[in-house]
Every structure is written in structure tokens, then in C-alpha cells.
Design a protein around this ligand. Structure first.
Ligand code: 13P
Ligand code: SF4
Length: 335
């Protein structure tokens, strides 16, 4: 269970300067470690990592890397997913307290009860879930392949989709499936990026593209704005973090309003420096992602902590659903 954000004091006191980056790289080599960083990490962590990407891309890299140690600069469920895919590797996370409010919005017990009420349904879980929930799941997905995963299931099969209600609503809208039941969970960061705020920003900059993560509370509002003509429909793009990078490289827009966690702006600005990227809500920062500080990463590499363990029996039950996830859909951004 994720610690309440107010209880979390990140490791601090280390400057992310060139000497720090050099030491991080040296220690990583010494440990035969590959450094993976999610797009929501602090810019200095993204810069020192071997690979930065979205959840799907990083899971795929974790599954195929030759390194004997994976250092996952992200949140706990991401490191757990890497351990499920590579049980023989050492998986480290610089701060194991880096949880996820979305992953906490369904427990394995709740999922078992839900399944008991729909015995013939296939369970599709977002990767933002605990290993225990993945062990009760048929196929996992990320935001970049959720539509592909659901489309791969026969149309007459009932689906239980958990835990994110906004991603679930997006998948339901795109696939048109009526037999998809959605769990009412949410990410506190994305749910807080709301429709009125988006409408105000979009009205002030009508030529801007809107890049919207499907976990956002404002995704439905964006489509509504397009429907009523406030924004041109082709400017509304509902994208995973990795797909936002691909879209940034091809758009003709001069400015883009970005609805997701603010860490994403770093990679977007690097990918297309000529575009003016602006956050729809600049307070949308995930405290859990930001637990991975320069001090935490140094401590991790020096001391070999925090090591991530998944009970082998749970991991064995979860592995098939995660393996299906990495096999379905186009490459996640960051590969
Ligand atoms: P993606 O990187 O898959 O878009 O996920 C976003 C997210 O919220 C991870 O916590
Ligand atoms: Fe979880 Fe939301 Fe943070 Fe992503 S941004 S790690 S979904 S709490």
C-alpha cells in the first residue's frame, strides 16, 4: 500500500552536477546495471538514464536487457513489473516508498469479488496495479496499447477493465464495446487535470494542439470541445506519454497544451525545441515519481537498495498477463 504523500520526505542533499552524473554512471557500470527512467522523472534523472520512455517501452527494455541488474527510476509497480518479467535479475528502485494512487485503487481481494460476479469475463488490468492484482489478471495493458489489447479479445466476450475509469472510458469510446465494465479508480494527479481548466487554456490558444493522457479527467471534455467546435477535432490527441513524443515530432502546430504529469515536458521540449509546450495544469506533479531524487539514485547504486522482491508464486501467476502486454501493440515510445 502506498504511503500517504504527506508522510514522504524524499532523500535529499545531493546536487545533480557533472560529478554526480559521472559517479552514477561509474557505479552503474560496476554493478552491471541498466538505468531506466520513466518520462515523469526529474529531468536530471531522465538525462543520466540509459533509456527514458513510457511504461510499455520500459517494460520491453527490462524484459530484453542483458544487464544483470535493472535500476528502475519510476514507481514501485513499474519495478515490480520488471521483476515479474525478469525474475533472475536484481531489480532495484531508488526509493521503494514511490507508490501510485491508481495502483492502490483496486486490491486483489476486490478484483476476485468482481470476477466472481462476472465468471465468464476476461480481466484486462492496466499496468498501474500491484503484482497481486496482475496475478488475478488475464492480460495487462498500458495506455499505449489498451485499445489494441481490448480489440484482441473476441467481441462477444465480456471484459472487466481496471482500475482506471478514464482510460476505461477512452477504450470503450474507441472500441465501441458495450460489454466492457470499468472499475471506478483514478490517478489523483491526472484526475485533477480538469475540463474547465482545459477549456480556458484551449480558448486562449485556439491553434494549439491538445496532447491528453487518457488517465486525465479532462479527456471527455476535450472531445466535447472538439464536438462543439471550440477546438478543431484533429487537434485533440489522446496519447500515452511515449506516443506524445512521436506526435511532437510530426505536428505542424506552433504550440501544444499538454495534459499529463509535468515531467513529460522535458522530453517533449527536447524532441521539438521549436514548439511551445505548456502544461494544462502546472501543479500536476506526481510526488511518488519525484521521490527518485539524485540522492536516492546515488544511495541505490552505492548500497544496492531498495531491492524489489515479488513472491515467486505470485510472479508466476502474473507473468503470462504481463508477457501478453509486451507482445501486443506498436512499440511504446522511448525504444
Ligand atoms: P505511460 O507512460 O504508459 O503513458 O503511463 C503514464 C503513467 O501514469 C504512469 O504512471
Ligand atoms: Fe500513479 Fe498517477 Fe503518479 Fe502515474 S502519475 S505514478 S498513475 S499516481
Amino acid at each position: 500500500m502506498t504511503a500517504h504523500a504527506d508522510e514522504l520526505t524524499p532523500y535529499g542533499g545531493v546536487q545533480a552536477d557533472a560529478a554526480w552524473a559521472e559517479e552514477v554512471r561509474r557505479l552503474a557500470r560496476q554493478r552491471d546495471a541498466v538505468l531506466l527512467a520513466h518520462n515523469y522523472q526529474l529531468p536530471e534523472i531522465q538525462e543520466v538514464a540509459d533509456h527514458t520512455g513510457d511504461s510499455l517501452a520500459l517494460s520491453r527494455i527490462a524484459a530484453t536487457s542483458d544487464a544483470s541488474t535493472i535500476v528502475f527510476c519510476g514507481v514501485h509497480f513499474m519495478a515490480e513489473t520488471a521483476k515479474i518479467l525478469s525474475p533472475d535479475k536484481t531489480v532495484l528502485i531508488p526509493d521503494a516508498r514511490a507508490g501510485c494512487s491508481l495502483a492502490d485503487s483496486i486490491t486483489a481481494e476486490q478484483l476476485r469479488e468482481w470476477k466472481a460476479r462476472h465468471p465468464n469475463a476476461v480481466v484486462v488490468s492496466y499496468v498501474n496495479t500491484t503484482a497481486d492484482v496482475k496475478a488475478e489478471t488475464d492480460v495487462c495493458c498500458t495506455s499505449s496499447n489498451a485499445v489494441d489489447v481490448v480489440s484482441s479479445i473476441p467481441a462477444d466476450t465480456e471484459i472487466l477493465f481496471c482500475p482506471d475509469q478514464f482510460l476505461g472510458a477512452h477504450v470503450k469510446r474507441v472500441t465501441g464495446r458495450e460489454n466492457l465494465h470499468v472499475w471506478a479508480g483514478e490517478c489523483h494527479v491526472h484526475a485533477g487535470i480538469n475540463g474547465p481548466e482545459l477549456a480556458e487554456r484551449a480558448a486562449a490558444d485556439p491553434d494549439a494542439d491538445l496532447f491528453i493522457h487518457p488517465e486525465c479527467g479532462c479527456a471527455t471534455s476535450a472531445l466535447y470541445l472538439a464536438g462543439e467546435g471550440t477546438v478543431a477535432p484533429e487537434r485533440v490527441k489522446i496519447l500515452s506519454t511515449g506516443d506524445m513524443l512521436t506526435a511532437a515530432r510530426s505536428t505542424k502546430a506552433k504550440s501544444v497544451l499538454v495534459a499529463t504529469e509535468v515531467g513529460m515536458l522535458h522530453q517533449l521540449r527536447k524532441a521539438a525545441p521549436e514548439i511551445d509546450f505548456r502544461a494544462v495544469n502546472d501543479r500536476a506533479s506526481c510526488r511518488y515519481m519525484k521521490m527518485i531524487t539524485p540522492a536516492a539514485l546515488l544511495r541505490c547504486l552505492r548500497e544496492g537498495v531498495d531491492e524489489v522482491h515479488v513472491d515467486p508464486e505470485t510472479a508466476a501467476r502474473a507473468r503470462a498477463s504481463v508477457q501478453r502486454m509486451v507482445e501486443i501493440g506498436t512499440p511504446g515510445g522511448g525504444e
